[in-house]
Design a protein around this ligand. Structure first.
Ligand SMILES: Cc1cc2nc3c(=O)[nH]c(=O)nc-3n(C[C@H](O)[C@H](O)[C@H](O)COP(=O)(O)OP(=O)(O)OC[C@H]3O[C@@H](n4cnc5c(N)ncnc54)[C@H](O)[C@@H]3O)c2cc1C
Length: 223
């Protein structure tokens, strides 16, 4: 509606959102709803330790939201984004190799991984998602995957599910009171505006702040 009235509006995109991952049927059935704690997520220059949840569709949660704008833009440009997880962030690859290289008797390497380095449950499930049976015979491969486990994100979850949105009414269409330059008496604030921020209070703070600016603008306009 605003576009038709010559107000510049950037397309809305999901922000602080979850992503789709092509998990195997077995993995989803067994692990959806389970938290992954604590892991380090890396994507390009982004490295952050935290936690997230495995969903029926993919991944969701605070750590994912923190990287979501970069991951979303990568998917937009390249149809997918590969994030890397360090699922044992408190130990080094060398330490893992050392532990995994000790004699393990008749135990399979997978049960040995669980026993010696405590990778189990959903984290073990993640390893099974990316390693082949042959890989599970290769200590180096297991250790490097634990430290850098690739997860391919293929789409953002829909805007309706997102915590917030990028895009909206462009600042060049607004005056300093957040009134539309083209439509006198119509003010914009909050998520209507073209900005995005991480969650954790920043969104609400900026929504309230822009609400104050627009509200004061309304008073001035009415006077
Ligand atoms: C699950 C969830 C968790 C979040 N957690 C955080 C957090 O921890 N920290 C943080 O900073 N931010 C968080 N956010 C984001 C934050 O809540 C939003 O950025 C913020 O509320 C947006 O404020 P707004 O006023 O722009 O829009 P809204 O809060 O969406 O307000 C818009 C209002 O307009 C009303 N409305 C819509 N259409 C019409 C109409 N035609 N006529 C009349 N009224 C209408 C709606 O009912 C709504 O009340 C979270 C969001 C979600 C969804």
């Amino acid at each position: 509606m605003l576009n038709q009235l010559d107000v510049k509006v950037e397309a809305l995109k999901p922000a602080n959102c979850g992503f789709d991952v092509a998990w195997s049927k077995h993995f989803v059935e067994k692990y959806h709803g389970q938290p992954i704690k604590s892991v380090t997520l890396s994507f390009e220059a982004f490295h952050q330790q935290g936690e997230f949840i495995i969903t029926k569709h993919g991944v969701e949660g605070s750590l994912i939201y923190s990287a979501s704008s970069m991951l979303r833009d990568e998917i937009e440009n390249n149809q997918k984004a590969v994030m890397y997880l360090d699922i044992a962030p408190d130990t080094t690859k060398e330490k893992l190799i050392e532990k995994l290289s000790k004699p393990r008797g008749s135990r399979s390497l997978s049960s040995y991984v669980e026993k010696t380095i405590g990778i189990k449950g959903v984290k073990m499930g993640l390893l099974y998602e990316v390693l082949s049976k042959d890989d599970f015979a290769n200590v180096q491969k297991i250790a490097s995957t634990i430290k850098q486990l690739p997860v391919s994100l293929i789409a953002t979850r829909p805007l309706d599910e997102a915590i917030s949105s990028a895009g909206g009414v462009s600042f060049e269409s607004l005056d300093e009171n957040l009134m539309l330059k083209n439509i006198s008496g119509v003010f914009c604030a909050g998520e209507m505006l073209d900005w995005e921020a991480p969650t954790g209070g920043y969104l609400l703070s900026a929504c309230f702040a822009s609400g104050v600016v627009a509200g004061n603008g309304v008073i001035r306009f009415l006077k």
